[in-house]
Design a protein around this ligand. Sequence first.
Ligand code: TTP
Ligand code: MG
Ligand code: MG
Length: 411
Amino acid sequence: MGADGGSQEQVEIPGILHLDMDAFFASVEIRDDPSLRGLPVVVGGAGARGVVAAASYPARTRGIRSAMPMATARRLAPDLLIVPPRGDHYRMISAQVMAILNSVVADVEQLSIDEAFLDVRGARRLFGEPEQIAALLRRRIRDELGLPSSVGGSVSRAVAKIASAHAKPDGQLIVPAADTAEFLAPLPVSAVSGIGPKAVAALEKIGVHRIGEIRDIPPNALARVLGPRAPEIRRLAEGCDRTGLGRQVRERSLGTERTWDEDLTDGDEVRRRITMMADDVARQLRQEGTVARTVVLKLRSPDGTTITRSSTLDQPTASGERLREHVVALWERERHRLRRIRLAGVRVTHLESSGTAPVQHELASRSTLWRDLETAMDQATSRFGAASLSRGSTLGPASDGAQRTEDPDGR
Ligand code: TTP
Ligand code: MG
Ligand code: MG
């Protein structure tokens, strides 16, 4: 670790923490009424249609879980103690928990009422290594609020979340970067947040039960089962995920679209327009320091028929050249469906901060070339305005000689 110098070393510190309160609503009720301690307690509606919101750990040893019908819980534990929920009270205590986290760590991203991600890499000088910071946070929550919590730590938010679940109840587990794949390997695939029952069933069909087995599945087969998230989940299984905070905004998208007064009927013209849009979107990505994993092409004909097609990249990118390749390929595939185009749009989703996204290793020299070129274009654009520059292939035949001619019909 740390062989590649300062910033690499910084990335390899397991300083992404996930803190989650243990049996949150139930623990609050037990704190406020100590006679409940050690008993099978649930918080939830006691009526015929009641559901378990939270179950104390003694209730869990009887098989009781959140979201279970109360009738089922009662059957599992006839001595069950049911406490009606007090939403405002839990929200107030949640705010107290978050205040403690924010008093120690600058980068806190609250995820739900009882959990947050923290990036503690900047807090080390003041408070020590991630293990010590995790212990400090848990101790303060215990001392000041009388509540148990658990913390997981890793180089990646996804692994930190798995580690906190692993550490429960009332524990902490910090997974060093080099041990990540080994830690994940024996865990069931359902431990990965976002792999739901459907994906679990599909993975089982191809013989994958544990996270480690994901590594043995060829990329194409995995993509068929997991869709666009396949590359991300493979990287996770390989211990290579480095996604930090701020990914909560991932459903954000960014893009541009245009409607024309006169329909576009010339396919090459459409192609030039969407190429320019891809460049524009890439420039927006670079301006805000993000990279995108998915690019979406939208086309509408005058009669309102709309086609939306997306393509997932193996590596997230902010390169106009990469986006262009995908958008043009989508267009080539769909162009026979729409004779006239009234509206076209290019949009990117699955955004990540470019600081935390994996570096693009493959095609290093070519993509470096493009990145340099595109950075130069950004600088020129900010000095002279967007109209001053566009790539050769958007300009049509005259200037195309300067470009590589990957374009199948050469214009
Ligand atoms: P969780 O953190 O998912 O669960 P938990 O804190 O009860 O237990 P754990 O120790 O496993 O973290 O949810 C936090 C609170 O959100 C939980 O105490 C009650 C509420 N909640 C519901 O109301 N319904 C649900 O289905 C779930 C999962 C949680
Ligand atoms: Mg919890
Ligand atoms: Mg939670």
